[in-house]
Design a protein around this ligand. Structure first.
Ligand code: GRF
Length: 207
């Protein structure tokens, strides 16, 4: 028998590429560190490694190429409908390289979490590690935040810092940050699924 409330722990994961954060979620669920079921993995790009990772784990996949829709709003409505159909109570953006519109957030009524490779609000947008290195910061890291219509700007759920070392390139720094992403993202997803949180202004707080 499924446990009470199990349906509320169904998550949808949106991807566009490599899928290492998806893999971290799959692995955390496999180790019973994250109590959740991945209901579906949806990619806006066909043929990406993330889809292979999902298939290898026996997870339903869907490819919704954004170019097949006439407008961003129409695409975002289709995406929200697909997630609702699968009963996803929370959505994880795991390297989903596409902005979600306000229309998506209206049409999908649940928390949406993103993992970003910088200590927000520093270095939003593309190539957080490269931006951090170019700026000369001594500490970099990653952020898991709730998604709002503004890019990389929603309430912060969790952050983790790593040092920037003198010999770093954008690639070595990104790799150090990625280790932390893989640890932090499943933890933050579990915390949001547990539900004992509230938003006060910009702050994500325990109830
Ligand atoms: C990660 O660095 C994540 O922070 C960013 O996109 C990258 C996705 O990597 N949003 P992967 O596809 O999870 O390996």
């Amino acid at each position: 028998m499924p446990e009470a409330g199990a349906s509320a722990r169904r998550i949808g994961v949106l991807v566009s590429g490599r899928g290492s954060n998806l893999q971290a979620l799959i692995d955390a669920i496999g180790r019973n560190e994250l109590r959740a079921t991945i209901a579906v993995v949806i990619s806006n790009v066909p043929g990406v490694a993330a889809l292979d990772r999902a298939a290898a784990a026996g997870i339903d996949t869907l490819v919704l190429p954004h170019r097949d829709w006439a407008s961003r709003e129409a695409y975002d409505e289709a995406l929200a409908a697909a997630l609702r159909d699968k009963g996803a109570a929370l959505v994880c953006l795991a390297g989903f390289m596409r902005r979600l519109s306000a229309r998506f957030l209206e049409a999908y009524d649940g928390p949406v979490l993103n993992v970003h490779p910088s200590l927000l609000p520093a270095f939003p947008g593309l190539d957080g590690p490269g931006q951090a290195l170019a700026h000369g910061v001594k500490v970099a890291g990653c952020t898991v935040h709730l998604v709002t219509a503004e890019l990389d700007a929603g309430p912060i759920v969790a952050q983790s810092a790593v040092p920037v070392l003198p010999a770093d390139t954008a690639d070595t720094l990104a790799a150090r940050i990625l280790v932390e992403e893989h640890r932090l993202f499943p933890q933050a997803v579990g915390r949001v699924l547990d539900g004992a949180w509230r938003i006060d202004g910009r702050r994500f707080l325990d109830v």
